[in-house]
Write a protein of this length. Structure first.
Lengths: 728, 72
């Protein structure tokens, strides 16, 4: 899809050419731009790109090719999808009657008109090796090339055509876009997770199959598609309406084609059809279907078969089904193998489907899914017109939009627009009449209202979450009201306007900044000055203001005194004074959290002695408040470790846990002071004195109760030690 | 005339909630599940979100019936 826009293909092609080995590049360039000298590689690539952008040169190169190679480019051009599996291109050429479908692809690769899709850092030496070693090789053709090849006539797909009489049916082309929008809306609310095998989990599979909007068969389809909800998901993924992010399917971005008319969107969805993965019209959802996918080729051939019909004629899809079974190599080989086994070497070259025709007049079994694809997918996309024949069977032909989308005619005239197509009711329900819907309006409505039913008149509901979603996507209350007034047949009811206002205002109540840049000023005066100089910030506090991105800061007005990253782990930025309760914060190293944390358990001290520092003090009151708010001693100790690099100060521990301490005892006792610690040890060890000593209060100091003092004196005298009693 | 440069300290990648009024901030702080993802309170209307928990906070706010404006 990236190559669809006129200039977008230049860079991918240049990248591919740069990954060619030099001899290969020179070989390709020799055919594409025919350089006369030995140009350096970069210049050679530039010249190749110039040739690819030169219509006259391209026409000359195309003229030099065999018709089947030009037909490959024409097939890609008609599909509008620049990227194709090589297998699908080979299948189409084989079905169109070319014995060797691979050779034209190889010729185009060598000619520099088709390019391999390579992995990011791959080097390419030989196309043959790449084709042989890649499981499913894909090629890409610049639109500039395929557009020039569109005039190449394709071999006729000869199927019986019938005269179309009676009313001709043509859909509005909006059924699948509406379903894509409904799916986008659902995924915007709840993404879907996929398995490693690219399947959905059962819950999501059931959701896609059972959903009243996505799982139902389209009302205007002429045949039921299998698993319509999963077709919607596969188409949405191929068209970029939804995207895969880390294994989740999420709402994507509506492409510019959604802002144009229906024709542009239908053309984009046509281009997405060959990129459907996991779904086919024959069997529905088949996420693991082995290598090879014959359905993109079959579907495109079926559409191209309708291009050359005479005026007023149509084709029964069953006839195309039979042709496909007979000519497409995938089904041809499957039906031929049993026959070959039965009659070896006989007249078994005749395809099984052709033999079946001779004996069986009933329509062929729908093994290719072509009938369902045409009537169930292409018809609702407005690519086809349908008419019933005398027997009541549907016959189809390309619509004027289909002829244009496939590159067989000029753009059809724009249909008349009916901008006033909404009916907004006071109960917040909206009716959207289908004939006035456009892709642009579908996107607008999808943003702010919830699709409830899809039909000739679709119903939507305005809900708080849908309006919130729109506001998050950049809509405003005014833009929503304007959209309603522009497309509504009647003035918007007052309750609807009131609800929109209430819901919009409610969103203003809480702002979440996921990665704001906070500017911390020394005082309110500096903050005011910064705002006066045009800083586009939101004031948060007296000294703090927030901007959503650093790009909004004009640094010529500011001098950085420090910078901190909020997401980094906390760093030590505080020092504890000797008293154990005074904390000095280094403002150059502090972060936002430290002060908000300190406010929980400390008090700010005015007039710090040192500039660039802020002082907090732990007080019994501040710590009591912290305890009351649920702070624990372990939490306080952890803060000290992180912010001061030291364990919790004893004074702080005392203040914090003072309420839980047992009562302390205040009593009178004597201190026995001895000359050496050995004497103290002896007194504590000798049983006659040990029982009279209450505690050792220092190396040479022992506590003795007043009552025990006489007995201690007696026992010391017994061993010849005299106590000198000093009155305090 | 050249203007003097304003001294400023920068805090990058800050995750925060700014409420319309202090009462709303109180309400958010009183919500146990939400409070676990809040790192602190910068002012009566500004709450700091723990790094890496913004998506969880937005989801929880939506579950509570709020429609937060995510400023990016």
């Amino acid at each position: 899809m990236a190559l669809q826009s006129p200039d977008a293909w230049l860079e991918p092609v240049a990248r591919t050419l740069r990954s060619y080995d030099e001899p290969l590049l020179r070989r390709v360039a020799a055919k594409l731009c025919k350089p006369r000298g030995q140009w350096p590689v970069d210049e050679l690539i530039d010249r190749c790109l110039e040739t690819l952008g030169n219509p006259a040169a391209l026409d000359r190169r195309l003229k030099e090719l065999e018709p089947e190679s030009r037909q490959v480019l024409a097939l890609i051009g008609h599909s509008r999808q620049p990227r194709w599996a090589v297998g699908s291109l080979v299948e189409m050429l084989t079905a169109l009657g070319h014995a060797d479908g691979l050779a034209p692809v190889q010729v185009l690769l060598e000619a520099g008109l088709l390019f391999p899709v390579l992995p990011e850092k791959g080097r390419l030496k030989h196309f043959d090796v790449w084709l042989g070693h890649t499981t499913t090789p894909f090629v890409e053709a610049p639109p500039a090339v395929t557009q020039r090849a569109l005039k190449e006539k394709l071999p006729a797909i000869s199927v019986d055509n019938v005269s179309l009489q009676g009313p001709v049916h043509e859909a509005d082309g909006l059924e699948w876009p509406l379903r894509l929008a409904a799916l986008w809306q659902q995924l915007a609310a709840t993404p879907m997770r996929r398995t490693q095998q690219r399947d959905f989990f059962k819950r999501d599979l059931d959701r896609l199959r059972g959903d009243s909007l996505l799982g139902a068969h389209p009302a205007d389809a002429l045949s039921d598609l299998p698993d319509p909800g999963l077709f919607t998901a596969a188409l949405a993924l191929a068209a970029g309406v939804i995207e895969e992010r880390e294994g989740d399917l999420c709402a994507g971005i509506f492409s510019p084609a959604w802002g144009g008319d229906t024709a542009a969107l239908v053309a984009e969805l046509l281009a997405a059809l060959p990129r459907l993965v996991g779904w086919n019209a024959a069997a529905g959802w088949q996420p693991v279907n082995g290598p090879g996918n014959p359905y993109p080729a079959a579907n495109l051939l079926a559409l191209l078969a309708l291009a050359e019909l005479p005026e007023g004629r149509g084709v029964h899809p069953a006839a195309l089904e039979a042709w496909m079974q007979e000519r497409h190599p995938y089904w041809q080989s499957r039906t031929e193998k049993p026959a070959l086994a039965k009659k070896p070497g006989g007249s078994d070259a005749e395809p099984a489907s052709r033999r079946r025709k001779a004996t069986d007049k009933s329509p062929p079994a729908e093994v290719t899914g072509v009938t369902r694809f045409l009537l169930g997918a292409a018809y609702p996309l407005r690519l086809l017109q349908a008419c019933k024949d005398a027997g009541g069977a549907w016959a189809v032909r390309l619509s004027s939009l289909g002829r244009w989308a496939l590159g067989f005619a000029d753009a059809p005239p724009r249909p008349t627009a009916f901008p006033q197509t909404l009916l907004v009711q006071p109960n917040l329900e909206m009716l959207a009449y289908r004939q006035g819907l456009s892709p642009e309006l579908i996107v607008k409505l999808t943003r702010f209202a919830t699709w409830k039913t899809l039909g000739a008149a679709c119903t939507l509901q305005l809900e708080p979450h849908s309006v919130y979603r729109a506001l998050e996507l950049g809509e405003t209350q005014t833009s929503i009201v304007q959209a309603l007034e522009r497309h509504s047949m009647k003035p918007t009811p007052a309750p609807v306007l009131e609800a929109l206002k209430t819901w919009s205002n409610k969103r203003e109540r809480i702002s979440v900044y996921p990665a704001a840049v906070l500017l911390e000023f020394p005082s309110v005066a500096e903050l005011n000055e910064a705002l006066a100089r045009g800083l586009p910030a939101v004031r948060l506090t007296d000294r703090l203001a927030a901007v959503t991105s650093e790009k909004q800061i004009d640094y010529k007005h500011f001098r950085l005194t420090g910078a901190r990253d909020y997401c980094l782990p906390p760093e030590p930025c505080a020092t504890v004074e000797a008293d154990g309760v005074t904390l000095n914060i280094d403002l150059a190293r502090s972060d936002l959290l430290v002060e908000s944390q300190l406010q929980r358990f400390a008090e700010l001290v005015d007039n710090p002695a040192t500039p660039g520092r802020r002082v907090y003090r732990l007080t019994p009151a501040s710590l009591a408040t912290a305890r009351g708010q649920g702070m624990t001693l372990a939490g306080l100790a952890e803060w000290f470790e992180q912010r001061t690099g030291l364990p919790l100060a004893p004074a702080a521990r005392l203040l914090f846990s003072s309420a839980e301490l047992p009562p302390v005892e205040l009593r009178r006792q004597l201190v026995l002071q001895v000359a050496t610690s050995e004497i103290a040890d002896g007194l504590l060890q000798w049983p006659m004195t040990a029982t009279l000593i209450r505690a050792r209060i220092g190396p040479t100091a022992l506590a003795v109760a007043e009552n025990d003092a006489p007995r201690l004196r007696e026992r010391l005298l017994e061993i010849g030690v005299r106590i000198v009693h000093e009155e305090g | 005339m050249d203007q003097a440069r304003i001294p400023v300290k920068l805090h990058r990648r800050v995750c925060l909630i700014h409420t319309e009024d202090a009462l709303l901030a109180e309400e958010l702080l009183a919500h146990r599940k939400l409070a676990a993802d809040l790192a602190g309170r910068l002012s009566d209307r500004v709450l700091l979100i723990r790094p890496g928990r913004v998506d969880a906070v937005v989801q929880e706010l939506q579950k509570m019936g709020h429609t937060p404006q995510v400023a990016t």
